[in-house]
Write a protein that binds this ligand. Structure first.
Ligand code: IMP
Ligand code: MG
Length: 175
């Protein structure tokens, strides 16, 4: 286990306070990247007392494996109009950077006033794409983690904590 429920929630209070302070004008447009950011997004947004709109984007780059394919596929694109708005992208984890870079690029075409990104986790590693998050919950080593929204082959999302996936479970995901 890396971060238990209490540690996650304590950190969420801090990030939420920071985001709230950084947008004194309010009127945010939050774009959550499904599915991994669901728990993070809902716990975070309940701590941000700003007027905001919420949209979700569903992208995929993993295809059920533990290595990124580099190609980011947009499965669904129904986001609020972000033109002229302050946009905050919320994702579960920054790994290779492909996802965040692609989502940022896509949203930029709609000419928002600003774009920032908030991730629960960021892996310390050389990224394939030069992209940074403005708000980071925790920096972690380059290991495969699950729980609190994060999955391995769609499992473990409902764990209330974040943990490193055991090597033996990578080979036998039915355990
Ligand atoms: P990136 O495009 O390589 O930065 O990967 C981002 C996406 O890959 C995240 O939104 C996750 O869905 C998934 N991902 C990357 N690393 C992990 C991990 O350690 N556990 C679970 N999912 C991960
Ligand atoms: Mg994801």
């Amino acid at each position: 286990m890396l971060f238990d429920r209490a540690a996650i929630h304590k950190r969420l209070e801090e990030i939420a306070a920071q985001i709230t302070a950084d947008y004194p004008e309010g009127e945010l447009t939050v774009i959550a990247i499904l599915t991994g950011s669901l728990m993070f997004m809902s716990d975070l947004l309940r701590r941000i007392p700003l007027p905001l709109k919420l949209g979700c984007l569903s992208v995929a780059s993993y295809h059920g494996k533990t290595h990124t394919s580099g190609e980011v596929i947009f499965k669904h694109l129904a986001v609020p109009d972000v033109a002229g708005r302050d946009v905050l992208i919320v994702d579960d984890i920054l790994d290779s950077g492909h996802t965040l870079a692609a989502v940022r690029k896509k949203l930029e075409t709609a000419k928002p006033h600003s774009i920032r990104a908030c991730v629960l986790l960021s892996k310390r590693k050389q990224r394939a794409q030069h992209v940074n998050a403005d708000y980071i919950g925790f920096e972690i080593d380059d290991e495969f983690v699950v729980g609190y929204g994060l999955d391995f082959m769609e499992r473990y999302r409902n764990l209330p904590y974040i943990g490193v996936l055991k090597k033996e479970l990578m080979d036998q995901p039915n355990q």
